[in-house]
Every structure is written in C-alpha cells, then in structure tokens.
Ligand binder design. Structure first.
Ligand SMILES: [Zn+2]
Ligand SMILES: [Zn+2]
Length: 149
C-alpha cells in the first residue's frame, strides 16, 4: 500500500462518515422539526463537516414531534373532561354519562326519565323531545341546580 492509497482510503472513510452525519442530521431534524424550511437549515448545518452535526445536537428541539403531539392530545383530553363538568356526579364526583338516570357509584338520582318512553330528561326540559310527553317536575337531585328551589 502506498501512502497515496492510504490517504485516499482515509479520505473516503471521512467522506462516508461526513455524509452519514449529514443524513442522520436530516433524519433527526425531520422527527423533531415541523417547519420544512428549518429542517433544510438543520440539514445544511449537518453538512458542515463534523462540527455541524455536533452544533445541531446542541440546539435541536429536545422532543420528537410525535411526543409533542401525543402530549397535546392528552392535554386536550384533560381539558375536555374539565369542560364537561355537568357529566360528573354532584355527590361523589365520579364520571357519569348524559344518558344515566342515577349515578352508578353512589345511586344518586341524576335525571328523571320520561314517563312514557323512559328517555333520560334534562332538568330544564318542559316536554320530552323524543315522544312529546309533557314533563311534570318530580324533584330529586339533578345535575343542573334549579334556582327557584
Ligand atoms: Zn355519585
Ligand atoms: Zn318520552
């Protein structure tokens, strides 16, 4: 092996390593950065031999986009749960469905059922929307507190 071929070999390995680093930077940036223009910037930085990927690693976003999206979904789910306050039993605070007549946990009466079709009724309804039967108020704990009582 001549000195020249050794130099060529080392240079070849260096070029492969350089391209691999740039490709890794591109792949990693795509997972972490949404803006394609910024991904392009990161890739250009990754093309700076050897220093570029290191600088990129120092400044890249700490999380994968997938994780960020997952967390946003989780927060949204929690917010949805909080905004649906009326779907919580007023006595034991357990989650109840809009169609429940009584709380399945503490057996508190949540709604009255239509005398004709047994559909669950809202406290403010004057008539059953399913069968048009007029509703006579029967009392009992309801999810929406009545002011006149
Ligand atoms: Zn309850
Ligand atoms: Zn009805």
């Amino acid at each position: 092996m001549t000195t020249r071929s050794i130099v060529a070999l080392v240079a070849g390995i260096a070029i492969i390593f350089w391209l691999a680093c740039a490709y890794w930077t591109y792949k990693d940036a795509r997972l972490r950065i949404e803006d394609s223009w910024l991904v392009g910037c990161a890739t250009a930085l990754g093309l700076v031999p050897f220093v570029g990927p290191l600088v990129y690693m120092l400044f890249r976003p700490p999380e994968y986009l997938e994780d960020v999206r997952e967390r946003e979904l989780e927060i949204k789910a929690i917010e949805d749960r909080l905004s649906r306050r009326d779907l919580i039993c007023p006595v034991c605070r357990s989650a109840v469905d809009t169609s429940f007549l009584v709380c399945p946990v503490c057996t508190t009466k949540l709604r009255q059922a239509c005398v004709n079709c047994r559909a669950p009724l809202e406290a403010l309804w004057q008539v059953c929307p399913y069968c048009e039967t007029p509703i006579e108020s029967m009392g009992g704990a309801s999810i929406v507190p009545r002011r006149e009582r």
